[in-house]
Design a protein around this ligand. Structure first.
Ligand code: NAD
Length: 465
């Protein structure tokens, strides 16, 4: 079968790539284009291949480098070739805002550095994936994930679809031997998360890592080290705030504000970034006491939640997750014995967004060293992807996967359980058999969807609205 290769339009703005049953073709809108293959070969496509609607269609010869590995026989997930001496072949699932705006640019930057190549994109919408491939020079567009996995055998699949699809798509990719980088929120429930973990490779991968880009970058790395080394003394008091604003129009989109489609309210969809960063900086939480309210919006989920959290290191904290706050801010503040560390930003941070305020007796030289965050590397998808690629090449479990990727989801689940049951929930409490393990609303009266809710492995069979 002929293979389409990476196309960079040189003098045409749009490139459309289509897959046909009898082979893969490259089509480009416009007169002519130069097509540098992965090997650096440049082909100029003949004008005779222009179709009546002005689309160039031509089968391409197989490239000299990074071919799609031979598809394995059905049911046999043969291991992919080692990731040494070649680019990591990546596929992006979901051609929406985050796929286009963050995943592709990060992968493209690493492609320019010789690390990756984007071999395919998938979207349920043929128009969306066509447009994405055209504007981004991605050689293969699909509407069927399994077909893409079979035909392209990517090393890395990045998942940029709504949360309720993350489990099934991640499992499909892992079973095809690919590593996964899945957008937050990871999955709707702990049961989903554990099902994914059960599909990971044993030693050496493939692993599924969650996109928590706020953990990455120079400042969070620096502060994490200061805290881990005990330089700032014992952490004592913590504030974690995601106070954002989303209007009625935002919630008019039918899938928003519903457990089944959005996965959760602002604790899950918005506050997860700051809670995850806080846990990454501070270490595990041990117990939580939460409250949730539906104060403004006509939604199934909450539109605001608060929590008191005790951490394993003894620190006490408050968490606020809101979409009702006109003065929007994301903030983490950690008061330690010797200094207060504070991060104030909105959707991403750089060195300038962090302050360190010493206690009165700390020597000036030490404070200066604390405040030296090094060259500024803002938090970003790119910063996380760089580390992921290193882990892939080393065959090591990446950060933000496994237990490390699960910790904020467990805290959020516990926050909901605490809020809906009016109890304190301890870390590790929620496992198979607990209603909150299989549904974030836990079947709680007044919070679960109106229709009857089946929660697997639990006593909760019915939920009232
Ligand atoms: N890390 C961050 O800062 C950040 C920011 C925004 C969104 N996100 C997350 O990214 C994910 C996607 O959000 P978005 O804003 O890009 O959404 P979006 O609606 O813009 O894009 C989702 C895309 O997935 C496609 N899709 C739907 N079902 C599909 C299927 N079965 N197979 C393939 N494609 C399918 C849709 O057609 C759409 O193009 C969500 O989990 C969201 O929470 C993360």
């Amino acid at each position: 079968m002929a293979l389409a290769r990476l196309i960079h339009p040189v003098d045409t703005p749009a490139v459309v790539l289509t897959d046909r049953l009898n082979g893969t073709y490259v089509a480009s809108l416009g007169k002519a284009l130069a097509a540098p293959c992965g090997s650096g070969v440049v082909r100029r496509l003949p004008a005779s291949d222009v179709t009546s609607d002005g689309v160039l269609i031509t089968p391409m010869a197989p490239p000299a480098s990074s071919p799609a590995p031979t598809p394995p026989p059905l049911g046999s997930p043969a291991p992919l070739p080692p990731l040494t001496g070649r680019r990591i072949r990546a596929a992006i699932i979901g051609a929406g805002a985050i796929g286009r705006g963050s995943h592709h640019p990060a992968l493209a930057q690493l492609a320019a550095e010789g690390e990756t190549e984007v071999v395919a994109a998938v979207d349920i919408s043929a128009d969306a994936v066509k447009a994405f491939c055209a504007e981004s020079g991605i050689p293969h567009g699909y509407t069927d994930l399994d077909q893409m996995l079979r035909e392209q055998r990517p090393d890395l699949v990045t998942i940029c679809t709504p949360p309720t699809l993350h489990r099934e798509q991640t499992v499909a990719a892992l079973r095809a031997g690919a590593w996964v980088w899945c957008e937050k929120p990871p999955v709707p429930t702990l049961a989903d998360f554990d099902a994914i973990e059960a599909e990971e490779g044993l030693g050496g991968g493939p692993y599924a890592s969650i996109v928590f880009q706020h953990r990455f970058g120079s400042a969070s790395t620096h502060v994490r080290r200061l805290l881990a080394e005990g330089a700032l003394g014992r952490p004592l008091v913590v504030h974690c705030q995601t106070t954002w604003y989303r209007d009625t129009a935002y919630y008019a989109v039918p899938w928003r504000g519903r457990w089944a489609t959005e996965g959760g309210g602002p604790a899950m969809g918005h506050g997860i970034h700051q809670m995850d960063l806080l846990l990454d900086l501070l270490g595990p939480w041990s117990e939580v006491r939460g409250m949730a309210g539906r104060l403004v919006h006509d939604v199934e989920t909450e539109d605001v939640s608060t929590a008191l959290v005790r951490f394993a290191n003894g620190a006490l904290g408050t968490v606020v997750n809101s979409v009702l706050s006109p003065d929007e801010v994301s903030r983490i503040r950690i008061d330690c014995e010797r200094a207060t560390v504070e991060l104030t930003h909105l959707y991403g941070h750089s060195n300038a967004d962090w302050t360190i305020t010493p206690a009165p007796d700390v020597p000036a030289a030490e404070v200066a060293a604390w405040r030296d965050f090094g060259p500024d590397v803002p938090s970003s998808h790119l910063a996380q992807l760089r580390e992921l690629v290193v882990s892939m090449r080393a065959g090591e479990r990446p950060r933000s996967s496994g237990a490390d990727g699960r910790t904020s989801l467990e805290l959020i689940t516990a926050l909901y359980k605490s809020a809906f049951t009016d109890t304190t929930v301890k870390a590790g409490d929620i496992g198979p058999g607990d209603p909150y393990y299989a549904a974030l609303h836990g079947g709680a009266s007044g919070w679960a969807p109106a229709e009857s809710v089946k929660v697997s492995g639990s006593a909760t069979e019915e939920a009232s609205a």
